[in-house]
Design a protein around this ligand. Structure first.
Ligand code: ADP
Ligand code: AMP
Length: 213
């Protein structure tokens, strides 16, 4: 199963990806997580990407496409994968199509989690992420069982550097200007499914699994 989770920053892609990993036993490929790991490791790519991420801007396509090309070639992607936060531009979507076509595979579904902008700010400012596995929680809407501790791996929960009210605005602008045009691209491909991402986490999961069954 080759899946993509689509939606604005904070729409719930990472949260729902965790359920898909368990259900289908395929890896989540989050370009945001890969970039944050590169920042922690202080690689040249990470240091370059950080400048864009701190300002809520998209990292250049060439960097992102290179990351995905390497990641999809890894053996754990053979049975499928869940793309999360990629593609975010038309150039990335076209590159993905070419890459998948060369690999002899195609996308089964693009699941869009629809959440209006006015809910996004509250979601992002209340988000807490695991410093070890990247799992996403929310202080109010989706709290971890133990405060500041990840339910999945016990890692420490932290606030992402870009999860502040100012950066959210530029991230939402980037989404509407550069990413939303992909709705048309994937609708024409016949794989685009829209879900109401404003429902409770468990209801969104049920709708998503239903759409995939
Ligand atoms: P994305 O990966 O799309 O950026 P996340 O999955 O990290 O988004 O979710 C953003 C924030 O919203 C997190 O704090 C998460 O716990 C919370 N969240 C996710 N899904 C829902 C939901 N259905 N209702 C309320 N809050 C949610
Ligand atoms: P995310 O974890 O998906 O919210 O992404 C965090 C940040 O990483 C974004 O605001 C961008 O700066 C960068 N980023 C992640 N994925 C991409 C992508 N596919 N294209 C460009 N920039 C990306």
């Amino acid at each position: 199963m080759n899946l993509m989770l689509f939606g604005a920053p904070g729409a719930g892609k990472g949260t729902q990806a965790k359920f898909l990993i368990e259900k289908y036993n395929i890896p989540q490929i989050s370009t945001g997580d890969i970039l944050r790991a590169a920042i922690v490791e202080k690689t040249d790519m990470g240091m370059e990407a950080k400048k864009f991420m701190d300002e809520g801007k998209l990292v250049p396509d060439s960097t992102i496409i290179g990351i995905i090309k390497d990641r999809l070639a890894e053996s754990d992607c053979k049975e499928g994968f869940i793309l999360d936060g990629f593609p975010r531009t038309l150039a990335q979507a076209v590159a993905l199509s070419e890459l998948m076509s060369n690999m002899g595979i195609s996308l089964d579904k693009v699941i869009s989690l629809n959440v209006p902008d006015e809910l996004i700010v509250g979601r992002i400012t209340g988000r807490r992420v695991c410093s070890k596995c990247g799992a996403s929680f929310h202080v109010e809407f989706n709290p971890s069982k133990k405060e500041d501790e990840c339910d999945y791996c016990g890692g420490e929960l932290i606030i992402r550097k870009d999860d502040n009210a100012e950066t959210v605005i530029s991230r939402l602008n980037a989404y509407h200007d550069q990413t939303a045009p992909l709705i048309d691209f994937y609708t024409k491909m016949g794989v685009f499914v829209e879900l109401d991402g404003t429902k409770d986490v468990s209801e969104v999961t049920a709708d998503m699994l239903n759409a995939l069954s």
